[in-house]
Design a protein. Sequence first.
Length: 445
Amino acid sequence: MKLREVVIGANASIFYRFDFSKIRGVYYPRTEAEAKEAIAEARLKGLVVTVKGGGSGLSGACTGGNDERIVLSTLRMRRILGVNESEGYVDVEPGVTPDEINEFLAPYGLRFYVAPSSRDVATVGGILNTDGGGNDTWVNGTMRDNTIRARMVLYDGRTIEVTRNGVRSEDAALEQELNRLHMTIDDIASSHGTLGFVTELRLHVRPVSEEEVIGGVAHFDDAAELGQAIGRLVDAKSPIRYGEAIVMAHPDIRGDLRPPLLIMQFPEDDLEAIRELVDVRVLTDSEVEKMKDIRIKLPKRNPVEGVQLALFEGYGLHDTSLERMQEVVAQIDDILVRHGYVPFAKYGHAPSKWYVGNNEPTYGMVMHSREIRPPEQSPKEVLATILEIVDACEELGVTPKPEHKWPYSDMAKKTRLSQLREVLGQGFNNFIFCDDCAEALAKMV
Ligand SMILES: Cc1cc2nc3c(=O)[nH]c(=O)nc-3n(C[C@H](O)[C@H](O)[C@H](O)COP(=O)(O)OP(=O)(O)OC[C@H]3O[C@@H](n4cnc5c(N)ncnc54)[C@H](O)[C@@H]3O)c2cc1C
């Protein structure tokens, strides 16, 4: 086994036990032409292609399951190709990160406003394929809202350019067929590398905001009150520029914070309007920064004993599930405890926005959950717990972000991707379409 194969296996999800013999090649193309060569070789050998960006995705999609496959890394495709200040866009290769783009844009007074917490490692190719966003998604939208165009190489080597309005290709018949199917950027968003290799993106950029904001915190007696407050902020389309809720956090990691609480930043002029909805206490800038720092480090700190694990990330609470947050949390915790886990932390962007599989925008809270893993837990038991949580979420009206939902139950997205793959080819990340996809992943826990 070569070291680079081990490196290529590394990813942030809980799925990392690989059969390395199934990885039949690892490629680091520097250009689209080199990527085409690698894809052609895979096709000649009848192998599946799995694209890997920063490996920070949490759903295991960049692993390729354990299919016989080649891995195509975007590690060396990270050039910024050009910026158009008057029209407000930047052209980039897929392996560049939001932080790198913003470092490049700083002298122009421009900014790319997609900021997942992983923005220092996640690549724009990966972020589009998971439709990521950060705690400003409420204001700035997800990756699909900020992508003007994506260029993609298909399994047979043809290329397409996809915008919000349709597809262009050097192959007129292909272009016509994809436009008949109304393919747009919405389809590549959260497609998890199943349609092709994105080789170039045109992204919206805007002038750096000069807006002054103030920060504050609101405390709640329980999660139901917190959920209802977030619901009021959503309904009022409140001008929250930064919003992070901490529902609960283990004493080992929460510092002097007392959840449930909501940390917010907003324009000073809106203080009174926000106070009508939430009982917010204004904080100094350094107090806000300290709270933000504790929140951002929650997923990075382990308890004094044991290790934390994200069994199932990205619970989307909205409408009634937001109002009933206490009940949602209690039911998830009940499942966790029955399976031997200790609930460790629940927190997330709020208010926030995400898209469900039929491309409908949804608003509420994207809640992350961390749990302390029992010492002995077989992959089968882990899978059983995850599937029980998925079922409970469906009953409770929680719609997980597509990022985390696809292996189990986002049938609308899977059906659409299958329809497009009939035309685009079926050589990318095929394991996602197998009936036993979840079980295949569970063996890798
Ligand atoms: C600490 C931490 C914090 C996080 N915070 C957030 C957050 O705030 N918001 C959020 O949305 N997510 C967050 N995530 C999740 C993760 O960062 C996102 O899913 C990210 O968008 C994935 O980007 P990546 O480059 O790492 O992609 P990878 O994990 O490498 O791949 C993800 C998927 O994209 C596909 N892919 C990658 N590049 C291409 C390409 N060029 N062409 C075609 N397919 C491609 C892969 O095949 C795979 O299916 C976080 C993760 C961690 C570890």
